[in-house]
Design a protein around this ligand. Structure first.
Ligand SMILES: NC(=O)c1ccc[n+]([C@@H]2O[C@H](COP(=O)([O-])OP(=O)(O)OC[C@H]3O[C@@H](n4cnc5c(N)ncnc54)[C@H](OP(=O)(O)O)[C@@H]3O)[C@@H](O)[C@H]2O)c1
Length: 383
């Protein structure tokens, strides 16, 4: 790979949103649609009165401006009506804007990000616990609050937020996710967007950082412990390295990747970067308190954990004493980690092939599914 992953900036001047927005209310107009109108693939009850946020946002955060311009009852969204490969994804310009329940808020999506679970879900791997088709995919979002339900206390219109819209990744994920102009979300799944991060940088964080954090917590990870991260360059592993070192106080961090990503591992805080194309981590002379397997090598991972240590297995077959968990979306975790993001101790890694514009979601998924992405595959801008 020629380009280096984008590391988030650590300094910014933050302009309060209210000073950057002009709010205009219109009813039932659809000013952003540029596609031929056709019968909607997805029917959602239409909201009568919403605010449209027209994003002009590009990185970095300090130069972003998001203009609230009007109202839409329909939106553009990526949709699939059957399970399958990337070719089942269709861009639909006439999807109804999701109705907001009393305990939800409506976000204008400014940036979204892809996760392997989006692809596996689209392939029908979680059919038994999925929401009904058709589906608007997407877990990760960064955007602006444009409407709040009557029970929402923590957020107001105009707030810049980020989060993973699905509380349980596999148990009934939302039918209408974040790969759309709008998405409806419960506030407990959101946190204020870190002030120094662009929407694109923030969008790549939620699911991956929640997974990284929850896995470390479940092992009882604490200062002075050692860890080996298998797949240190992917969305989750790149954050496990940073959280282990910067948040939990690891004494030693080792991680695996192919040759091209070894420097990235070191820049994230790895003391030992292992090239899996040249050596087997089982041959190392040392053992670790925790092995965090983000690639599906649990059978090998358990050979390098210390007696009484823990092995997290995010994917693939689990060998004892390894364990699997499925991430829970939690805005409190994001709030807890925001100071580390805002101080620059933990950085957002956006794959340099992106961000992919909204029109190139199929290309973005095809790239993610090569299993070569570095950090996060981000979608930005969104119309
Ligand atoms: N259980 C849960 O709650 C949960 C939550 C999140 C993710 N997951 C799962 O965890 C896995 C990782 O997710 P992710 O988002 O981090 O994936 P990802 O970002 O798509 O991972 C891509 C990375 O994998 C690396 N890689 C490929 N083969 C490798 C190997 N043999 N050894 C080490 N690294 C290798 C690649 O680096 P190179 O090009 O250098 O090889 C690439 O940078 C996925 O299977 C995902 O579904 C589970």
């Amino acid at each position: 790979m020629s380009a280096s992953p984008t590391l988030s900036s650590t300094t910014t001047s933050f302009t309060p949103l209210s000073r950057r927005f002009s709010l205009t209310f219109r009813q039932n107009s659809n000013p952003t649609t540029s596609f031929p109108r056709k019968r909607p693939l997805v029917k959602i009850p239409r909201t009568r009165r919403v605010v449209v946020v027209k994003s002009q946002a590009t990185a970095p955060a300090s130069s972003e401006a998001v203009e609230l311009t009007g109202i839409a009852s329909e939106m553009k969204a990526w949709v699939y009506g059957e399970y399958g490969g990337v070719d089942v994804l269709k861009l639909d310009s006439n999807v109804g804007v999701p109705e907001v329940k009393e305990d939800q808020l409506l976000l204008k999506v400014v940036a979204a990000a892809l996760n392997p679970v989006d692809g596996k879900r689209r392939q029908g791997k979680f059919k038994a616990t999925d929401s009904p088709l058709p589906t608007v995919p997407g877990y990760d979002v960064a955007g602006v609050v444009v409407k709040v339900g009557s029970e929402v206390k923590d957020f107001k219109v105009g707030d810049e937020v980020y989060g993973n819209v699905n509380e349980k990744a596999l148990e009934g994920p939302k039918q209408f996710g974040s790969l759309a102009e709008y998405t409806a979300v419960e506030p407990k799944l959101l946190a204020p967007k870190p002030k120094n991060l662009s929407f694109a940088e923030a969008a790549g964080l939620p699911l991956a950082i929640e997974t990284a954090y929850e896995g470390l917590e479940r092992t009882g990870f604490s200062a002075g412990k050692s860890i080996l991260v298998l797949n240190g360059s992917g969305g989750v592993g790149s954050l496990v390295i940073q959280l282990a070192k910067q948040v939990f106080g690891a004494s030693r961090v080792a991680a695996t990747s192919s040759t091209r990503n070894l420097e990235l591992l070191k820049s994230l805080g790895a003391d030992l970067a292992i090239d899996y194309t040249k050596e087997n981590f089982e041959d190392l002379p040392e053992k670790f308190d925790v092995v965090y397997d983000a690639i599906g090598q649990c059978e090998r991972a358990v050979k390098v954990v210390k007696e009484g240590g823990s092995v997290v297995a995010l994917t693939g077959a689990v060998t004892a004493p390894g364990f699997r968990f499925v991430v829970t979306s939690n805005g409190q975790v994001l709030r807890k980690l925001n100071p580390f993001l805002e101080s620059g101790k933990v950085k957002a890694i956006v794959d340099p092939k992106g961000p992919f514009p909204f029109s190139q979601v199929v290309e973005a998924f095809s790239y993610l599914e090569t299993n070569r992405a570095v950090g996060k595959v981000v979608i930005h801008p969104i119309p």
